[in-house]
Design a protein. Sequence first.
Length: 326
Amino acid sequence: MTVLVTGAAGFIGFHTCQRLLARGERVVGVDNLNPYYDVALKELRLAQLAKHTGFTFVRADIADRAAMAEVAKANSDVTAYVNLAAQAGVRHSLTAPHDYTRANIEGHLVMLELARHSGKCRHFVYASSSSVYGSNTKLPFSVDDRVDNPISLYAATKRAGELISHSYSHLFRVPTTGLRFFTVYGPWGRPDMAAYLFATAIIAGEPIKVFNNGDMRRDFTYIDDIVSGVVGVLDNPPPDNGEVPPYRLYNIGNNRSEQLMDFIGQVETALGRKAVYQFEPMQPGDVKETAADISAIQRDVGFAPTTPISVGIPRFIEWFKQYHRL
């Protein structure tokens, strides 16, 4: 099987490519290496992937129709798509909105068009986000819940991607599955995410910003568990009976919501240092608590996360120390 993975130099994309390559798939990785965070980290991830003979990298923007048409033409053996390229980050969407509509809506549409016209697409898997639940207060979040109250542009673009995918599954019978990721962490993680931000500040002796005065919970999910879910879903496309669209949505989380202060405590323990807390109010576009109902993906794919934060955080910190030569 040849799989086209977008966002290949990103956190989840990199680990997904590694898993697919390890089991013998050919992977075509696409990424535009945008400078939202340190490009050097992305380049190091790509250097790891380049060690595999089955990996081909193309630097391209998924919203560039001409460039992506060339990628499709040069890789006509692609039969599966994993669209993980996106403009991430709730807070950044407050100041750079057009980055989100370009990558998360226009780019997503371009990828669906490639899959539609390939004539060979057995499955199109894409990244959505737990952010689509917006101001929902019912916990845990279920894929059956209404999600028409986004509280950030990022969330709105991710919901738009889900709706566009449904239309392609309905109209053109493209088998699509959206994955609503809950807070992902682990080795090679993004510098703008909680574990990385906390570790960086603690090492530097600087205060860490703790929003909503620490009264927050997150369904922190370790990267290896996430990738097991992504690959498991990829291998199980929704069937097409000619009636309902071949379309699915899943939550993909740890099935356990953690107190933010407990998460910080695990980082402190792994580093052997105490943090200096700077308590802040809730940020615009943020939510107090997330928790994933993963019963659907458990039932259909056998997804079973196995990594608690007491195991995952020390693994992340071990990598963090190596990466920063501490």
